[in-house]
Design a protein around this ligand. Structure first.
Ligand code: MN
Length: 225
């Protein structure tokens, strides 16, 4: 299951319903892996009680969860990911923490993931720069990136740019994009790359199935409560 841009702020607000919906959808779809492609939180000023609530909910999921810090919830020491050690009590949740990008492997799921977090509010990164070649070991290779897709256009913004060439030449199987809150298939072949959209922006979650026989298929799953 692929989602992004929930922009959670505090317990009780609308975004928090989206998080509850995420937990429900992961259960309904029997997701093996939940990928959150950035901006799970709206800022680093989130309250501890929201973090405690989320970790408890995520810990109870029968799924692995991978979180990429985006530009709103970048990996500062004061961020939800930086200031609390509570994440360590949630063994099924992994956070991309390596500034140069990081590979996370789930051998049981036959999945390898790569993602590069935003490290600070003035960080200038190219989300797919430095992505390694896929290992070709029979695993499904999923990259996670938070930024603007700019196609073949010349750069018009200083940061978070993702080009068509980077996607196509990566050689990875699927690129889970975040930052734009509206669902969109950015690239179909030879690399599938999609913005999942946010639960509010697009009204749902993206379910991506990886199957040796039928290949990679996506479908939308509605937000529900
Ligand atoms: Mn963003």
């Amino acid at each position: 299951m692929h989602t992004s841009d929930l922009h959670l702020e505090s317990l009780g607000e609308r975004g928090c319903q989206d998080f509850t919906s995420l937990i429900l959808a992961a259960g309904q779809t029997k997701a093996d892996l939940v990928v959150i492609a950035g901006d799970l939180f709206d800022s680093q000023r989130v309250k501890d009680d929201l973090i405690d609530f989320m970790v408890e909910e995520l810990r109870n999921l029968p799924a692995q969860v991978v979180i990429l810090p985006g530009n709103h919830d970048c990996l500062t020491p004061a961020s939800a990911y930086g200031r609390s050690t509570i994440w360590e009590d949630c063994p099924n949740v992994r956070i991309f923490r390596s500034p140069e990008g990081e590979t996370v492997k789930f051998p049981d799921l036959n999945i390898t993931l790569w993602g590069k977090p935003v490290m600070s509010y003035n960080d200038v990164i190219s989300p797919l720069e430095g992505i390694p070649r896929p290992e070709g070991n029979g695993c499904w290779n999923i990259a996670v990136a938070h930024g603007f897709y700019i196609g073949n256009d010349p750069p018009y913004a200083p940061s978070y740019q993702i080009t068509r060439r980077e996607i196509v030449e990566s050689g990875w199987d699927y690129i889970a994009l975040g930052h734009v809150p509206v669902f969109k298939v950015i690239c179909d072949e030879p690399v599938l790359a999609c913005y999942s959209g946010s639960p509010q922006g697009s009204g749902g979650f993206l379910i991506v199935e990886f199957d040796e026989e039928t290949g990679i298929k996506w479908r939308r799953h509605p937000t529900s409560f």
